[in-house]
Design a protein around this ligand. Structure first.
Ligand code: GLC
Length: 797
């Protein structure tokens, strides 16, 4: 039974916090703060903290407790959070206390409590749509659905009804199509949050958590772009990955030997399939022990990585959290000696089965554990491995392929203190495992001890963080690249994510689009899928259509489960191999455009791939589109997802749209049938935009981007401008201004076409001799090459 807090008494302010007492229960407080004028935080709290707050309010000399940010950054918060990346002190605002109060007031409505839980109910207008919420199947608009925010490894072959997946994010964006406005709501909670988005009651969203501290952030928008900016200012920005990470990758569960890796690499090059990375799945290890090699299959990892590097390829290896219980295994030994593995409240070490059989799990809530684990990557980095893939970190437990299953409680040599629990039978860690955090220093960056049920969704993110921070320490000044399967709000600070184990089935192509778009609209810009499908065997046509979606997703990797037929780009012969190559070559041509979008995402939080509503929120039909996406503002990709189809219907929003492949023009604000023979798919550029492209390459840094081509897709009497971002693609120097920006503008009148290029090379000078400028107006194409590096160039055509 929930009681709503309908009556409040204002008790006063302490710093930024305004405190109200609930009339329904004197032991319940609402605390509201305004952060920077666009974000409102409201907390419903009870229990121990209430006494402390009341005391601070009465005693002028006492202050509210402040908790160090989890990232150890300069700021603090009035509670502990794994999610928020910006301290209260970092926000500035010019509103008076009276104005702040009236801004906060409307957000105090809808809070309710029961004995064990707290709830917030927010109204939904009749035509409102709801997006975000991380990685989920089902329709992109989540209105009418209910599900828990709780990371799990779902059963094989997820489908639209699957309730939850590997990465859930307690954030939604509400979109009002009538007004074209949007707002955001973030629940700062890493335990289970029950979301009911207009399912039980069509007119409201209900969010329920267990416990005594419900923290909610309201982001005022008013445009989707503003919501994403506010959300990423709060939860952190994606750092720029190394440029090669944006290339095409080839993975398999598992390339089983050094020889096989060499073969895949040489096929890629011999057959001219652009590729930047080869990925090794669990079988490179010695009995699935992290940070080891199966030396029979991979006798010389250093030689292998050196050879790959010489071909412009990088090597990425998988690392799971499950640590094999094996007294002779150094990671297990070190972790046991230092007491780094998760324990139950009763002291027993939590054991679960993963690939190696019985495993223990590092407690990533502790800084010293994250540091230890992060430093272990040195072994692999020294062998030339370039980046890491963190998997099974929900954490997922599985009995699949378990090699051996000792009864760990009987393992000899362990005293009562270190006793291992019997292996857990559930699919994840038990609720009553205790994550220690900062232990007796609860206001420190890791907070006080937390039960797994409250830490759960942060487990994967903190593992990715441990990897990311380790790589930063081990290779200072270089950009780390980490892929994680599990995460929650804020995971974009450390890693890219992919949508896990999809299926080689046509229905998984549209699902890839809705999933990736909602993930992108949950702050995680760097997202992708298993191209070709993971479970079951793919076929030539399906692989090609998968590659055409993946070619313009931010993360682009072909991956396939064990036991299926191969699905490397050449696996099904012609015409599929050529069609696959075309899709990926298109990505490489568009790399300057994609990379600029990555930088924008890193700076402003604007996602790289965007749902149509992002730019056309007032267009009702555009809001309904769930099977196409924008790449930045100017490119619209409408992948084909029906077997045998050679065209598809595409909704085009306002403007004129130009076919990337053949220059055909289509009118906006309507549906068009667009040709899609196997070799391409509907890809359209909005009229009056400029697209930068580079030369064909086998890997992103094979050559300088020279010539750089700017194609201006114009309408008569049109104007367009575009700013390209470039930097060294690998170091952190961009953070201190070492980058180049090149602005090009184009104007077309009946008499003259003028193009201006303006170079701003701030400490970074792109290696380039030539710009090729192409202006397309209707059926006319004008073209000119000019010398680069002149500062300002004016061309009349
Ligand atoms: C999980 C991952 C998958 C990987 C497999 C073996 O299912 O999601 O990508 O291939 O484990 O490591």
């Amino acid at each position: 039974m929930f009681t709503e807090v309908t009556q409040r008494e204002y008790l006063g302010a302490k710093g930024r916090e305004n405190i109200w007492q609930a009339k329904e229960d004197a032991n319940l407080l609402l605390s509201g703060a305004l952060l920077g004028g666009e974000i409102i935080r409201v907390r419903l709290l009870r229990g121990n903290e209430v006494t402390q707050v009341l005391h601070a309010l009465q005693d002028n000399s006492a202050s509210l407790l402040r908790y160090q940010l989890a990232d150890g950054g300069p700021g603090t918060l009035p509670y502990h959070s794994w999610i928020v990346a910006r301290g209260d002190e970092e926000w500035t605002g010019s509103l008076s206390q009276v104005q702040a109060l009236s801004t906060i007031e409307p957000y105090l409505q809808g809070f309710a409590f029961s004995d064990s839980s707290l709830r917030l109910k927010r109204p939904l207008a009749s035509e409102e749509r709801v997006y975000g919420l991380g990685e989920r199947t089902g329709s992109m608009n989540k209105r009418g659905q209910a599900f828990p925010i709780w990371n799990i490894d779902p059963h094989k072959g997820h489908n639209p009804k699957t309730e939850n997946m590997y990465t859930s994010i307690p954030f939604y964006l509400g979109l009002s199509n009538a007004e074209g406005t949007a707002y955001g709501v973030l629940i700062d909670h890493t335990g289970r949050t029950e979301m009911d988005i207009g399912k039980t009651d069509r007119t409201s969203v209900q969010m329920t958590i267990e416990g005594d501290n419900l923290v909610v952030y309201f982001l005022v928008g008013p445009k989707p772009r503003d919501v994403m900016r506010q959300y990423t200012e709060l939860t952190g920005h994606m750092p720029l990955p190394p440029r090669w990470a944006i290339g095409h990758h080839q993975s398999r569960w598992s390339y089983a030997s050094q020889q096989q890796v060499e073969q895949v690499a040489s096929q890629m090059r011999a057959r001219h399939h652009p590729c930047d990375g080869i990925w090794l799945d669990i079988d490179y290890m010695d009995g699935y022990r992290n940070f080891t090699w199966n030396r029979e299959a991979f006798p010389e990892p250093e030689t292998m990585t050196r050879d790959l590097h010489q071909q412009g390829l990088h090597l990425v290896t998988i690392v799971d959290p499950g640590t094999k219980i094996d007294e002779h295994y150094f990671v297990y030994q070190q972790g046991m000696e230092q007491d780094y593995f998760c324990r139950f409240v009763n002291g027993a070490i939590s054991v679960g089965n993963v690939w190696p059989g019985a495993c223990v799990f590092p407690d990533y809530s502790r800084s010293e554990v994250r540091e230890w684990w992060g430093d272990l990557y040195k072994i692999m980095l020294d062998q030339g491995v370039d980046a890491f893939w963190n998997d099974m970190n929900e954490p997922a437990l599985t009995d699949m392929m378990v090699l051996e299953n000792p009864t760990p409680a009987d393992t000899p040599g362990l005293d009562d203190q270190t006793k291992l629990s019997p292996p857990i039978k559930s699919n994840t860690m038990a609720d009553d495992v205790l994550h220690l955090g900062d232990g007796d220093r609860p206001t420190g960056p890791d907070g006080g001890p937390t039960l797994h049920k409250f830490f759960h969704n942060a487990y994967g993110m903190e593992m990715a963080r441990s990897t990311y921070e380790g790589l930063l320490r081990l290779h200072p000044g270089q950009r780390p690249f980490v892929l994680t399967r599990s995460g929650t709000a804020g995971v974009q600070r450390y890693a890219a994510i992919w949508t896990g184990d999809n299926t080689s089935h046509w229905s998984h192509i549209p699902m890839a689009i809705t999933m990736c778009l909602n993930i992108a609209m949950s702050g995680v810009s760097f997202v992708g899928i298993d191209i070709g499908g993971f479970w079951d065997s793919s076929n030539g046509e399906l692989l090609v259509r998968y590659a055409q979606v993946g070619a313009l997703l931010p993360f682009c990797r072909n991956h396939n489960a064990i036991g299926n037929v191969d699905q490397e780009p050449w696996a099904f012969g012609e015409p599929f191999e050529s069609a696959y190559r075309t899709a990926i070559e298109t990505r490489y041509h568009l790399m300057p455009y994609l990379y600029t979008l990555f930088e924008q995402a890193a700076r402003s939080g604007a996602p790289i791939i965007r749902p149509l509503y992002f730019h056309y929120a007032r267009d009702e039909q555009a809001c309904e589109v769930e099977d196409a996406f924008l790449v930045g503002e100017r490119l619209l990709s409408a992948p084909v997802y029906e077997q045998g189809a050679t065209s598809r219907r595409v909704y085009l929003p306002a403007g004129t749209w130009i076919d990337f492949w053949n220059g055909n023009e289509y009118p906006g604000e309507g549906w068009s049938d667009i040709e899609a023979p196997l070799g391409n798919w509907p890809l359209l550029i909005r009229g009056n935009s400029i697209l930068p492209t580079g030369p064909a390459m086998q890997y992103v840094d094979q050559y300088p981007t020279d010539p750089l081509t700017f194609t201006c897709y114009m309408t008569t009497d049109g104007e367009a401008s575009y700013t390209l971002y470039e930097d060294d693609g690998s170091t952190l120097a961009y953070q201190s201004g070492t980058f180049a920006e090149t602005t090009i503008s184009c104007s077309v009148t009946p008499d003259v076409t003028t193009v201006e290029i303006d170079e701003h090379f701030n400490a970074y000078r792109p290696q380039r001799e030539t710009y090729v400028v192409i202006v397309k107006v209707g059926s006319k194409t004008l073209m000119k090459s000019v010398k680069a590096g002149q500062g300002k160039i004016v061309i009349r055509l």
